[in-house]
Design a protein around this ligand. Structure first.
Ligand SMILES: Nc1ncnc2c1ncn2[C@@H]1O[C@H](COP(=O)(O)OP(=O)(O)OP(=O)(O)O)[C@@H](O)[C@H]1O
Ligand SMILES: [Mg+2]
Length: 589
C-alpha cells in the first residue's frame, strides 16, 4: 500500500475510475462543459470581429461598422464572462464533490483496514494520502479536464478561423502542430514520473513529522531534536528537489513551446511576403489570421501545462485507488447472537503475523467456562497479547478456531462478535473529548449521564472526576494526556463497565502505580471482572491469585495450567516466573 512500492497503475483505468466518481453529478458537469464550450467558442469570435472591423471601416470606408463594434464587444464579453463563471463554478463544484466523496471512502477504508495493514504502513503516509493526494486529484479534475476542454476547444476554434481566413497560410500549422504535439507528450510522461515521486516524498515528509510530533516527549528527553531535524531536513530537501524538477520541466516546456510557436509565426510572415499569397488576402483577413494565431499561444501553453496537472491527478488517483482496493477486515460471518453466555474456547490455534514469518502462537487449546477468569502469565514476548488479540479478531489465526458459546467466531458478524467483548488495554487509549464521552464511547447514544456516573463510581473514578474543574465535561487532551496513568486506567475501566459485555479482555498495565492508585485501579478491575468471562494478562499478584485458572506461556505455547496453589506446589516454570516477578519472599496473600 505504501506509495513507494506501488506499480504505476494504468492511467486510463485510473481516470475512468475518477470520472466514475463524477458520474452522479453529470448534470452539473454538463453545465460546466457547455459553459466551457460557449466560452471557448467566443474566443475566436473576438478574432473574427477584427476582420469586418478593419475591412469595413478602413478598406470599404464604412464607419457604421465601427459604431456597432463596441456594443458587440461588450455583449460578447458579458456572455463570455457568464459562461466563464459557470464553467469555473460548476467544474469546481464537481471536483470538490468528488474529493469529498473520495475522502469519505478513504476514511471508511481506514476504519476497515485490518490491523496487519496498519502494522505495515505509516500513519503519516496515510494522512498524506488523505490530505495531499486528494488535492492533486481535485486540481487535475477542475484545472485539468476542464482546462483541456476549454483551451482545447478554443484552439480548435482558432484553427478553424485561421483555415477559414486563409487555407494556404494555415498549412504552416501542419508543421507546427505535430512538433508541439510531440513535445507536449514527451513532457507529459516526465511529469507523471515526477509527480509520483513528489507524492512519495510528501508521504515521507508527513511520516517524519508525525513521528516527531507523536513522540515529542521522547524526542525532548533523549535529546533527539537534532536527529529529528536532520531526518526532516533530508526529506524536506528531497521534496524541494523533486518539486524543482517539476518546475524546471514546466518552465522548459513553456519555453520550448514558445520557440516552436514563434517559428510558426515567422513562417507565416515569410509566406505572406511572397507576392502570390499577399495578393490573395485582404488586410482584415491577414490581421484576423494573425490575431487568431497570437491568441493561440496562451491556450497552447496552458494545455501543455495541464498535461502536467492531469498526470499529477493520475499518479495521485492511482495510489488512492490502490489504498481503496487493499483488503478489508474479513467480515463474512452472518450469525448475529443477541446475547452470549460467554463461554470461550480456543482449539489448536496457531498464529504467524506474516505469511512466511515465525509462528508466534502454536497449538493453543483453552477452554474458559462462562463467568470464569483465566490469567495468562509468561515472559515478555511469549505471545500473551497475541493470544488475546485473536478473540475480537484483530488478527486472524493461521490455523485452528476460536468459539464463543460454541459458535466459530468467523461465522459471527464482526460487529456482533465485538459487541460482546469489552477490552482494557495495556496502554489506555482515550480520545480528545470529554470524560463523559470517553466513558460512553462503546455505548454511544444509549447511555444517560446517570449511567455514566454509575460506571465512574464502580470504577473508583468519581472522586477524581468531580475534583476536575468541569467534572465529566472536562476534556482530557490528546491521548488523555491531561490525566495521570492511574486516572486513565480507571476511565478505561469505567468505559468497559458501561459496555457491560459478557466477555472481558484485560491486558494489565505493567507500569507500577502508587499504592493508592493501584488500590483504586485494582478495585475497579475487580468490579469489572464480576460475572464476566475474563481473559487477563496478569502482572498483579492479586489478579493472578484470583484467577480460576492460570496458563503459563512460553515461546507461543501454553506449557502449564493450574491454579496458583497447584502451580506453586509443582517444580514449575510458573514458580520461577513468580519468584522473578514478586521476589523470593513474596507470600501469597
Ligand atoms: N503486530 C505484530 N506483527 C508482527 N509480529 C508481532 C506483532 N505483535 C507482536 N509480534 C511478535 O509476536 C511475538 C509475541 O508478542 P506478544 O506481544 O504476543 O508478546 P507478549 O507475551 O504480550 O509480551 P509482553 O509481556 O512484553 O507484552 C513477539 O515475538 C513479537 O515480536
Ligand atoms: Mg503484551
Amino acid at each position: 500500500m505504501s506509495q513507494a512500492t506501488s506499480t504505476a497503475p494504468n492511467s486510463m483505468t485510473t481516470y475512468r475510475r475518477l470520472l466514475h466518481y463524477a458520474a452522479p453529478y453529470w448534470r452539473r458537469f454538463l453545465v460546466a462543459v457547455i459553459a466551457m464550450m460557449v466560452y471557448a467558442a467566443l474566443g475566436p469570435a473576438f478574432a473574427k470581429l477584427i476582420q469586418p472591423l478593419i475591412d469595413g471601416s478602413f478598406v470599404n470606408n464604412d464607419p457604421s461598422v465601427l459604431r456597432i463594434a463596441p456594443l458587440v464587444l461588450i455583449g460578447l464579453s458579458i456572455v463570455r464572462g457568464i459562461a466563464g463563471f459557470g464553467g469555473d463554478y460548476y467544474s469546481g463544484w464537481v471536483s470538490r464533490r468528488v474529493i469529498t466523496d473520495l475522502r469519505k471512502d478513504m476514511f471508511d477504508q481506514f476504519l476497515n483496514l485490518p490491523c496487519a495493514t496498519y502494522d505495515r504502513s505509516s500513519s503519516g503516509q496515510l494522512m498524506s494520502q488523505l490530505l495531499f493526494n486528494t488535492e492533486q486529484v481535485a486540481e487535475s479534475l477542475t484545472n485539468g479536464i476542464m482546462g483541456i476542454f476549454r483551451d482545447g476547444l478554443t484552439i480548435i476554434g482558432l484553427i478553424a478561423l485561421m483555415v477559414y481566413e486563409n487555407v494556404q497560410l494555415s498549412l504552416v500549422l501542419l508543421i507546427v502542430g505535430p512538433l508541439l504535439g510531440i513535445s507536449i507528450s514527451r513532457v507529459s510522461k516526465r511529469f507523471r514520473s515526477i509527480s509520483r515521486r513528489i507524492q512519495e516524498s510528501m508521504g515521507h515528509v508527513g511520516h517524519v513529522a508525525q513521528e516527531a510530533i507523536d513522540a515529542q516527549r521522547i524526542v525532548k528527553v533523549f535529546n533527539g531534536k537534532t536527529y529529528e531535524a536532520n531526518k526532516f531536513d533530508q526529506e524536506n530537501e528531497l521534496n524541494f528537489q523533486r518539486y524543482m524538477k517539476r518546475i524546471a520541466t514546466e518552465a522548459f516546456a513553456g519555453s520550448a513551446i514558445q520557440l516552436i510557436y514563434v517559428s510558426g509565426f515567422a513562417a507565416v510572415l515569410y509566406v505572406v511576403s511572397l507576392d502570390a499569397v499577399r495578393s490573395s488576402i485582404t488586410p482584415g483577413s491577414l490581421i484576423s489570421f494573425i490575431a487568431a494565431m497570437s491568441m493561440m499561444l496562451s491556450p497552447i501553453k496552458r494545455v501543455a501545462n495541464l498535461a502536467n496537472v492531469v498526470q499529477r491527478g493520475i499518479a495521485a488517483g492511482g495510489s488512492i485507488f490502490e489504498l481503496l482496493d487493499s483488503g478489508r477486515e474479513c467480515d463474512t460471518g452472518t450469525i448475529e447472537l443477541p446475547r452470549v453466555a460467554g463461554q470461550v474456547e480456543y482449539r489448536r490455534v496457531s498464529l504467524a503475523y506474516q505469511e512466511d514469518g515465525d509462528t508466534v502462537l502454536t497449538d493453543i487449546d483453552l477452554s474458559i467456562p462462562q463467568g470464569k477468569t483465566i490469567a495468562l502469565v509468561g515472559h515478555s514476548g511469549s505471545g500473551k497479547t497475541s493470544l488475546i488479540r485473536l478473540l475480537p479478531r484483530l488478527y486472524e489465526p493461521t490455523a485452528g478456531e476460536i468459539r464463543v458459546d460454541g459458535v466459530n467466531i468467523r461465522d459471527l458478524a464482526l460487529a456482533n462478535l465485538r459487541h460482546h467483548i469489552a477490552y482494557v488495554g495495556q496502554e489506555v487509549t482515550l480520545f480528545n473529548d470529554t470524560i463523559a464521552n470517553n466513558i460512553g464511547y462503546g455505548s454511544r447514544g444509549t447511555t444517560t449521564r446517570e449511567q455514566i456516573r454509575e460506571a465512574a463510581i464502580a470504577a473508583h473514578a468519581l472522586s477524581f472526576i468531580e475534583s476536575l474543574p468541569e467534572g465529566f465535561d472536562t476534556r482530557v487532551g490528546e491521548q488523555g494526556i491531561l490525566l495521570s496513568g492511574g486516572q486513565r486506567q480507571r476511565i478505561a475501566s469505567a468505559r468497559a463497565l458501561l459496555k457491560n459485555a459478557p466477555i472481558l479482555i484485560l491486558d494489565e498495565a505493567t507500569s507500577a502505580l502508587d499504592a493508592e492508585s493501584e488500590r483504586h485501579v485494582q478495585q475497579a478491575l475487580e468490579t469489572l471482572m464480576q460475572n464476566r468471562t475474563t481473559l487477563v494478562i496478569a502482572h498483579r499478584l492479586s489478579t493472578i491469585q484470583r484467577a480460576d485458572q492460570i496458563h503459563v506461556m512460553k515461546d507461543g505455547r501454553i506449557i502449564e495450567t493450574g491454579t496458583h496453589d497447584e502451580l506453586m506446589q509443582r517444580q514449575s516454570h510458573y514458580g520461577e516466573l513468580y519468584r522473578l516477578q514478586f521476589g523470593k519472599d513474596a507470600v501469597p496473600t
